[in-house]
Design a binder for this molecule. Sequence first.
Ligand SMILES: [Zn+2]
Length: 311
Amino acid sequence: MKEFLQAITDILAVLFGDAPERPRTPKPLPPALPPPGPIPPKADPNEPQDAGEANNSEDPVVISHEAEPPRDTNGPEFDPVPAPPPPDTVVRPGSPLGPGRPNPPAPEYRARYMWCIDNGHGSLTAGKRSPELPDGRQLFEYEFNRDISARIFTELDRIGVAYFNVLPEVHVGNYLTQRVERANKLSTSLPKLFVSIHGNAGPAPTFQDFTDDNVRGIETWYYHGSTTGRNMAAVFQRHLIERTGMVNRHLRSKVTGQFYVLRATRMPAILTENGFYNNRFELPTMLTDEFRQTIAEAHVAAIMEIEENGL
Ligand SMILES: [Zn+2]
């Protein structure tokens, strides 16, 4: 009887667009045409997804966002003239390849790019939480990432910028390959750019321990070797540091073992790490509305600078 009622509820939800808040079981992908570019490399389930998991591995390449931009601004992965989309890759509501359509630009706004905004993790992602403060408060990274994304979407809606919410579902795990696939499969006439939003975690014995007090600040990652990605990261890092005044951990990339969202997305991609939630001083700040709004506004300022000037 319970299953029967749930089935009726699900059918009504599909008919009337009110999707149930249950974890979606990823369905097998339908046969697709050959992808337009190289096939994304496979994700290793144990590979680091963000800087919080990569701090103990090899030293990253670190450069200042104020460094002289490289002369050649067209990275090999970046095609400023978008190819016409294959007919079978349009993202449909409810499709396992994407839960919705991108938000189109407002008619009066001349959009330059399609911004694929990725909020990182779902509520079922293991770990990814701060130690508890003495008053019991705790930060969950998925909630932090989503709150900032939601604030960015509100502002982009107001301006009319085109964007795609890569992971609107909340109760999912890592969803790592699906996030990349959704962005890669998204059909749009605009060139796509990918921004993954995260909170950072420094080395600590367990997630209940704080990291070293000196491990703090903001950093932006890009795909090593991508000039366009590096230029894009520099714009975001500059706005983030100017608006927050936090410690500048600069632009980072890894020569090997690059994050999957950076190496498998077939578009310029960056990953912002907006403070350390296991730093005892930054955690209380990261829990505030004011800080999250500032981080969101810094992202929007970077987006608008790139919308205006291009990459
Ligand atoms: Zn993360």
